[in-house]
Design a protein around this ligand. Structure first.
Ligand code: PEP
Ligand code: MG
Length: 738
């Protein structure tokens, strides 16, 4: 790339009001092109010729093309570079006689963008029919990056200029993991905002800065390899890191960054160019292996930029922002929530994954399985997260955006309508009582108890507070937290579930040795039984927090009766040690590992209560990873085998007179809740946002009639597939809001 061109442009732009026509002349001269034209996006989504060197000057201000019209409009619409040896014979070519462009055959058009906003297009043209070389295209791309500055300033000085659209709207379909509607700018997980300093005065110094950052990045990767442990499974992690490090060291892309710095770009701008080149390539590549490698480079570019501004404060998140991520762990999600995002869209994730559960607990609208969204969006793009239809609309047209904003206002009004239900008795239309409790894990969620009239906390996930803080809490910290929870519950039951870490819920300090199949690995009470000190500390904290009040403790991931008896013994032993025993100690088990279903009677004899964890039970029952978006919706709770299992459990628990509840995500779906209550599981625990909609359905149903219909469907026999559709139709026909 021409260093002289950059230097000349920099000098010109340093003078405050260098006219664009002067820039166009310099670009044309340095690129040995007969024409250089600059088009700016104007209100109404029109591209206007604002400067030219080589076309007729009188066309400036007159030649206008809609987005998508002509070659310039095409480049703006798709965000892609056009490199055409014979432009006038291209099907999209739009003839504009005032420009006098007939003699010019070859055309190279590059969109000018900043922070995801389309600002215009820069074009060079030549008489001779030829394809521009890769480095010429590259030079014009760098020029486009520089032109963003004056074009953005121009747009900002214009009424309505700040609303200019970027490229055309894009539409992504996914699975709604948490319902809701958000209209706001996107922020991209793992990407920082576009660099503001594009040019460097002292390229050698800039080069040194870059080299230091690269060294920092590489030693960070080495550090990761050292700390990945020496467990046999850690070898896998190390292999992956090793491969990643090889890519990191790969001279190719680092050299390209260095070359750009040598032409006068700042290190940030040079890395940004490398990353956007990778993003551009990713748009076209479908091979999953290659895509992963490119994703690695993108990720490394991000690390490099982080290394460059090590110590700089994290940029603020704009209000109402929608987070886009390829994958997202629960700890990251909590991080972003603390920074103020209003919604989340991930390319991979499903309803029962822990990030989704946390999003639900936080009432954070979330969409999963929206493939391709990362490559298409840039931070700052406006988007609509539409949970109703399971879609994300990127860069929506104005009228669409306005319609959604109206819908959002109506939704808020509807939600206020539910509030009246909070104080109505919890019984079906024909008088069957039920109990609705909430799942919680953060103290912010406790306020919901009173606001929605919940009967208690049917599942308190104790690991969430630790994930939120990123470390284990000591006994005193835990006791203080649990005590606050009991205070907020004010006598209503709280089922504290002991730590369920492992699987996708990992603390940074966790050393699980990189299990291949963590959901079925060393998690939950399996860790507790092998490292009893951690579990005993938690049990002590719970007993201390109860301070004489009733206490319910529930153990997750129990696979055998023996495991339950062992953890129960630990709890009873701790009870002997505290000064003040709880007024009543109830010890329960979750039912989420299928093997336990064949030990039901023994378990019911040993437990004070049981609760079905349908998220894990479903994943193990169907051998279908709860986090796999490709499997989301494939297997249904409302299918005959699961209904048979639930009905049998309900009968056995009733016969043994042991309270039974269900606390998986399924309980929060109004239609599933109807079925559960019809089967005799009348205590349901769910995320707070779902409680009143579930109550609306249950209080509206004639349970006897619904039960008869359900029994009839189940008698009909089936191939094991879902009964959701006929059940849903029945509910709608009988005015039950599901
Ligand atoms: C479940 O598995 O259904 C459950 C409630 O626990 P978690 O989702 O925390 O694994
Ligand atoms: Mg579970």
């Amino acid at each position: 790339m021409s260093r002289r061109l950059l230097a000349r442009l920099r000098d010109l732009m340093a003078r405050s009001a260098a006219p664009l026509s002067e820039l166009a002349a310099v670009i044309a001269a340095e690129m040995v092109s007969e024409v250089c034209s600059i088009y700016a996006l104007r209100p109404g989504e029109v591209l206007e010729l604002v400067a030219t060197h080589g076309l007729r000057p009188e066309a400036v201000g007159r030649t206008r093309l809609r987005i998508g019209e002509g070659l310039v409009g095409l480049s703006a619409a798709t965000g892609e570079i056009l490199n055409l040896p014979d432009a006038q014979n291209h099907p999209a070519f739009a003839y504009r006689p005032e420009t006098g462009e007939e003699p010019f055959a070859a055309l190279l058009a590059v969109p000018v963008r900043r922070a995801g906003r389309m600002l215009g297009v820069v074009v060079v043209q030549n008489r001779a029919a030829r394809l521009y070389a890769e480095d010429e295209a590259e030079t014009l791309e760098t020029v486009a990056m520089l032109l963003a500055e004056p074009l953005a300033a121009m747009a900002a000085n214009e009424p309505g200029g700040e609303d200019l659209a970027t490229t055309l709207p894009r539409h992504f379909v996914g699975t709604t993991l948490v319902a809701g509607l958000i209209v706001g700018p996107v922020v991209v997980h793992g990407l920082r905002p576009a660099p503001t300093r594009l040019l460097a005065d002292d390229p050698p110094a800039e080069q040194a800065r870059f080299e230091q950052a690269a060294t920092r990045m590489l030693s960070g990767l080495d550090q990761l390899m050292v700390t990945s442990g020496d467990h046999p499974a850690a070898a896998v992690t190390r292999d992956v890191l090793q491969a990643y490090r090889l890519i990191a060291e790969d001279a190719g892309w680092l050299r390209r960054v260095a070359e750009r710095i040598a032409t006068g770009l700042s290190a940030e701008a040079a890395i940004e160019r490398a990353a956007s080149e990778v993003r551009e390539r990713m748009r076209r590549i479908t091979d999953p292996y290659l895509r992963e490698r490119l994703a690695d480079i993108e990720d490394l570019a991000e690390r490099l930029r982080a290394a460059l501004d090590a110590g700089a404060p994290t940029p603020p998140v704009p209000p109402g922002a929608i987070l886009l991520a390829r994958r997202l762990g629960p700890a990251h999600l909590l991080d972003w929530h603390a920074r103020g995002i209003a919604g989340v869209v991930v390319e991979e994730a499903s309803a029962a994954g822990h990030a989704a559960i946390i999003a639900r607990a936080l009432s954070l609208p979330m969409l999963g399985g929206a493939r391709g969204v990362m490559a298409a969006a840039e931070s700052g793009d406006l988007a609509i997260l539409d949970g109703e239809e399971g879609q994300l609309i990127l860069r929506p047209p104005d009228d669409v955006r306005r319609a959604y904003q109206r819908a959002a206002r109506e939704r808020a009004a509807r939600a206020r309508g539910f509030v009246a239900l909070a104080r109505t008795p919890a019984q079906t239309r024909d008088g069957t009582p039920f109990r609705l409790m909430i799942n919680a894990g953060l103290t912010q969620e406790l306020a919901a108890l009173d606001a929605i009239g919940a009967e208690g906390i049917g599942l308190f996930r104790t690991e969430i507070a630790m994930l939120a803080r990123g470390r284990m809490l000591d006994v005193a910290e835990q006791a203080a937290l649990y005590s606050r929870v009991l205070d907020a519950a004010a006598g209503r039951p709280v089922l504290f579930r002991t730590l369920d870490l492992g699987g996708d819920k990992l603390l940074p300090e966790a050393d699980t040795g990189g299990e291949e199949n963590p959901a079925m690995g060393w998690r939950s009470i399996r860790v507790g039984l092998d490292r009893p000190a951690i579990l005993r500390r938690q049990l002590r904290a719970l007993l201390l927090a109860a301070a004489g009040r009733p206490l319910s403790v529930m153990f997750p991931m129990v696979a055998t009766l023996g495991e339950f008896l062992a953890v129960k013994r630990l709890l009873l032993a701790e009870r002997e040690r505290v000064r003040q025993a709880p007024a009543r100690l109830s010890i329960g088990s979750m039912i989420e590992v299928p093997a336990l279903l064949w030990q039901t009677d023994e378990l019911l004899a040993a437990a004070d209560f049981v609760s079905i964890g349908s998220n894990d039970l479903m994943q193990f029952l169907f051998a279908a990873d709860r986090g796999a978006s490709a499997l989301a919706g494939r297997y249904d709770v409302l299918s005959p085998p699961v209904l048979a299992l639930l009905a049998a459990l309900a009968r056995r628990a009733e016969a043994a007179m042991v309270p039974l509840s269900l606390c998986g995500e399924a309980a929060g779906e109004p239609l599933v809740a109807l079925v559960l209550v019809a089967l005799g599981i009348t205590t349901l625990s769910m995320n707070a946002a779902a409680l009143l909609p579930v109550k609306a359905a249950l209080t509206a149903v004639d349970l006897n009639a619904f039960r008869a219909f359900l029994a009839m469907l189940r008698r009909q026999g089936s191939d094991g597939a879902s009964l959701r559709r006929p059940l849903d139709t029945w509910a709608r026909e009988h005015d039950v809001p599901v």
